[in-house]
Design a protein around this ligand. Structure first.
Ligand code: ARG
Length: 459
């Protein structure tokens, strides 16, 4: 049964009905629709539209519906109602009869859907925040276990300077921390309640909208009814936050795919998150990471879709806005899965310590130390850079590491070289020099790990 039959002489074409109906995806907001309906029942009772007894029976029926649906939303999708609002209303009327028909007084599906979606977003983000924290806890565990593990740091995918694996992992901790805060900001920005805006002009009943907003745990009511029913900024913003975070996940995935390759062999992924080839028996593919990298496209695609849908959309509500949900639902599910999958990857990741150390020792990643050494001997940096460049070229030709050159060989490039040059080339010495806020020295890493431990334990 449609909610709007009166004005029509003909039934909808089934093809139109199929095209128009949203129950097949908006059933996911069933609990939010019930929650909003209970609050609306209170609101219309407060202005005398229904009596206290009527309110009690409406609430009882809505609470029953909540219980009935809370563990199996999917079966709603099989019904023939136009959308979740029609479905809940029909089920309410089945339970309480004609009284159920009073609930929609002063309310429109336009403010109703705007509310339901905000409530849904809030619930979804609460669980996203938990998953980010869970991933951070896994990362932190690995960072803690690998504080002394020297690791080659890269720029341009060329070995650049030695760092530690811990410092590397902590870089991603920063990104996920910003993601966490970004979602939290989005949550607080969307904390305005659209209910009571009705179709577009505001409800005709003298409802205390701020009280209603508080009841639904919003900071306040929205200030403009036209904006309230047509605003989908929160959908755009949540998809932006998810897209940025997916970009972070994809970078981490890509790094690990490279580190896990036969060529690098820095890390080994557990059997739990890899798969084999149907043809080549030797293979163990990093599917979990490749899928995380690949799914990034889908989430960013949903962001683009909602931006395009809302671009140039005239005020106030237009049916175009029904397109806000599928992309959002799918993108958040996807993002959520990716966070959980990355946490699983880190649960059993193995660092191949020897290979990693050898890679850090090779590639002349201590060349900058040598330049700094010459600077300490009063040679201007530009000149030192030039001298070390030639020394490296020589070492490459000799197939030696810098620390394998003899003092005589060093002296060919400048007379100031003495025995102390070997100390500066030691990677641990190079690390310990970066004892500056944000640097890769062990002291700094330790502080950073402590800071995160405190932060995460307060969540
Ligand atoms: N299914 C609709 C949506 O998701 C609900 C709002 C319908 N409003 C209307 N005026 N037809 O946007």
């Amino acid at each position: 049964m449609a909610l709007w039959g009166g004005r029509f002489k003909q039934d909808s074409d089934v093809r139109f009905k199929h095209f128009n109906d949203s129950l097949k995806f908006d059933y996911k907001m069933a609990l939010e629709d019930i929650e909003g309906s209970i609050a609306w029942a209170n609101a219309i009772a407060s202005v005398g539209v229904i009596t206290d007894e009527e309110l009690a029976s409406l609430k009882k029926a809505l609470e029953e519906l909540y219980e009935e649906h809370k563990d199996n939303l999917e079966k709603i999708a099989l019904c023939d109602d136009e959308d979740i609002h029609s479905y809940i209303e029909r089920r309410l009327i089945e339970k309480v009869g004609v009284l159920g028909k009073k609930l929609h007084t002063g309310r429109s599906r336009n403010d109703q859907v705007a509310l339901d979606l905000k409530l849904w977003c809030r619930h979804a983000l609460e669980s996203v925040l938990l998953s980010i924290t869970n991933l951070q806890k896994q990362l932190l565990k690995v960072a803690k276990e690998n504080q002394g593990q020297i690791f080659p740091g890269y720029t341009h995918l060329q070995r650049a300077q030695p760092i530690t694996f811990s410092h590397y992992v902590l870089a991603y901790m920063q990104m996920f921390e910003r993601d966490y805060r970004r979602f939290n900001n989005a949550l607080s920005l969307m904390s305005t309640c659209p209910l009571g805006s009705a179709a577009l002009a505001g409800t005709a009943y003298k409802i205390d909208r701020d009280k209603l907003a508080k009841e639904l745990q919003f900071e306040r009511a929205t200030y403009n009814s036209l904006d309230a029913v047509s605003d989908r900024d929160h959908v755009i913003e949540i998809l932006s936050c998810a897209s940025i975070s997916m970009v972070h996940l994809s970078r981490l995935a890509e790094d690990l795919i490279i580190y896990n390759s036969g060529e690098a062999n820095f890390v080994e992924l557990s059997d739990k998150v890899t798969s084999g080839s149907s043809l080549m028996p030797q293979k163990k593919n990093p599917d979990a990471l490749e899928l995380i990298r690949g799914k990034c496209g889908r989430v960013i695609g949903s962001l683009n879709a909602i931006l395009m849908t809302t671009k140039a959309l005239p005020l106030a509500y237009d049916k175009d806005l029904q397109e806000d949900k599928e992309g959002l639902f799918n993108a958040l599910d996807t993002y959520h899965d990716c966070l959980d999958m990355m946490a699983l990857v880190f649960e059993d990741i193995k660092i191949n310590k020897e290979n990693v150390l050898n890679a850090a020792l090779g590639g002349y990643s201590n060349a900058t130390e040598l330049a700094d050494y010459l600077v300490s001997k009063k040679i201007p940096f530009r000149e030192a850079h030039e001298i070390v460049g030639s020394t490296v070229l020589y070492a490459i030709e000799q197939e030696k590491r810098l620390e394998e050159l003899s003092l005589d060989e060093f002296k060919k490039f400048h007379a100031v070289f003495d025995e102390s040059v070997y100390t500066c080339l030691d990677l641990n010495v190079a690390l310990s020099k970066r004892d500056v806020l944000g640097g890769c020295a062990l002291n700094q890493t330790k502080l950073e790990i402590e800071r995160f431990e405190n932060l995460l334990s307060s969540r």
